[in-house]
Design a protein around this ligand. Structure first.
Ligand code: CA
Length: 522
């Protein structure tokens, strides 16, 4: 690696911006002369903003050609514009938004790209072949965990085509006021996760017996496809109930779960990968541990790749409501129809009310790490987050926990919390996940491969065995956004085909499922 200090480098996102961010590792010292002749008055850390012109108190600070705040006092050119110098603008009203006004030119179809996947009876395609064990209630989690370890050790070696066994453990099932209107969110989330394409349509449930969320309520008849032609269409849900009279002692429960797992493992093991068009990809995009580079390198590369995927006929979901709220006008104008724009406004309004009930607003989103990484507030963070959605028209909206019914670019409304967003995207039917990070997070999921993209070379170098793609090369001037976007697209096809594993898969780093439950707890 070259160790010569780089020339001072600042990145301005738009010609109308009056701030730029410092790209150099370690930041730049006071007195540094920038290529355009401006001299820094302060030391400016990497990823943080420098004023390119004098900004008088009360005047707008612009990045991405968007007002990210107003100067709290006079800011002379060359100053470090840290978050304490910015007053955050109010959230845009949800009234009078532009509705489906942007008609982007039709993008040329991208044809001829395939991956090797597992075709499912319901038309979806798996990128992995996993036995999932659904749980109705947290009470059974320890037992299921015990059983999963036994299945992995004793049964899985006999079924070489099955990639893994996963317990769908969670913290609900009792306690939730199950008839409250909002309880539908955790219930349908869990139901739809059980039907994720990577589980091959096999549904095996472990229940305690006395819980509020009974198996038939979780998975009513008709909600799951019967994949085995030997079963009739009215076949009963496959449930192991721990409180059943036949269970005498803990080991009899474990034996029941192992016995119930066998036919599912046999059917999964008989499946083979086959070439399918890239249109079968269902990619959830997300960011976490963001910094000021997220919106400069990794997220724009994801946005480029999103356009490639949409052109290939695939599905891409972007999410994280508090991180798009400040760009709602961009999104409603990109909606393919007025109905899609209205659905987006409905989700934003629901979330505004949800936050208000907790006496906070969208500004509760930014973390100390975000700010240390140069993101002053949620407006700046949102502008960098939205670019993951690329430029295609938005063709659909999902409420939290809903399952996808269509292809194209979809807004799946979720909290920005990494685990909750990932969990809801799994419920929607995601079969591949892309996650960008600037501060660094080892995030991974058991059910789908997670491709992690570093926003900075420094992070990609230090976390060389956790990051799959280094988008920091864009800031280093070594690769274009398009280069990294194409690299991501090709890596997705390799990972989806099982020919490559992501680092999170390699190390088996699996974060817990976290259900989004806005309903009261009793
Ligand atoms: Ca997130």
């Amino acid at each position: 690696m070259a160790s010569e200090p780089r020339a001072p480098l600042c990145i301005r996102m738009h010609a109308a911006d009056n701030v730029a961010i410092v790209a150099n590792d370690g930041g730049l010292g006071a007195g540094t002369v920038l290529p355009d002749g401006l001299t820094l008055r302060d030391k400016v850390p990497q990823g943080h903003k420098v004023a390119l012109a004098d900004i008088a108190q009360g005047k707008a600070v612009r990045r991405y050609n968007v007002v990210i705040g107003h100067a709290a006092k006079d800011i002379p050119a060359g100053s470090w514009v840290h978050e304490r110098l910015l007053q955050m603008p109010a959230a845009r009203s949800l009234d009078g938004l532009p509705i489906a006004t942007v008609k982007p030119p039709a993008m040329a179809p991208l044809e001829g790209y395939t991956f090797d996947g597992y075709r499912n009876a319901d038309g979806t395609v798996g990128t992995r072949n996993i036995l999932a064990i659904t749980t109705t209630v947290q009470c059974v989690a320890g037992v299921v965990d015990f059983a999963v370890k036994r299945i992995k050790a004793e049964l899985l070696p006999k079924f070489p085509n099955v990639d893994d066994v996963v317990g769908l453990e969670h913290t609900y099932g009792c306690g939730v006021a199950i008839d409250a209107p909002d309880a539908i969110i955790p219930i349908r989330t869990l139901r739809n996760i059980s039907l994720n394409p990577n589980f091959g349509g096999e549904v095996l449930v472990v229940s305690l017996g006395c819980e509020k969320l009974q198996p038939e309520r979780l998975l009513p008849p008709g909600s799951f496809a019967i994949v085995d032609e030997r079963q009739s269409a009215d076949a009963a849900l496959d449930v192991v109930c721990l409180q059943a009279d036949k269970h005498v002692g803990f080991m009899s429960m474990i034996d029941s779960i192992l016995e119930a797992a066998l036919p599912h493992l046999e059917r999964l093991n008989a499946r083979r990968r086959e070439p399918v068009p890239a249109s079968a990809l269902v990619v959830g995009v997300q960011c976490g541990g963001s910094d000021a580079f997220s919106g400069v390198t990794a997220n724009p590369a994801v946005g480029f790749c999103t356009d490639l995927l949409v052109r290939a006929g695939a599905t891409v979901m972007f999410s994280e409501t508090t991180e798009v709220r400040d760009g709602i006008d961009q999104l409603t104008s990109r909606a393919s129809t007025p109905e899609v724009a209205e659905a987006m406004i409905r989700e934003m309004a629901w979330y505004d009310a949800y936050l208000k009930k907790g006496l906070v607003d969208r500004s509760a989103n930014t973390t100390p790490g975000n700010k240390q990484g140069g993101l002053s507030n949620i407006v700046e963070k949102a502008m960098g987050s939205i670019v993951k959605s690329g430029s295609a028209p938005i063709s659909g909206v999902l409420a939290p926990g809903e399952k996808l019914q269509q292809k194209g670019l979809i807004y799946a409304a979720t909290p920005a919390s990494d685990f909750i967003c990932g969990t809801l995207q799994l419920a929607a039917g995601m079969n591949l996940h892309v996650f960008t990070t600037g501060r660094g997070t080892p995030y991974g999921l058991a059910a789908v491969p997670v491709i992690k993209v570093a926003t900075r070379t420094d992070l990609a170098t230090r976390w060389h065995d956790l990051m799959d793609i280094n988008a920091g090369r864009i800031a280093d001037g070594e690769a274009s956004i398009a280069d990294v976007g194409w690299e991501m697209f090709h890596l997705m096809l390799e990972v989806a085909s099982g020919r490559k594993k992501t680092w999170a898969e390699h190390w088996k780093i699996h974060n817990a499922l976290v259900l989004f439950n806005p309903a009261p707890i009793t």
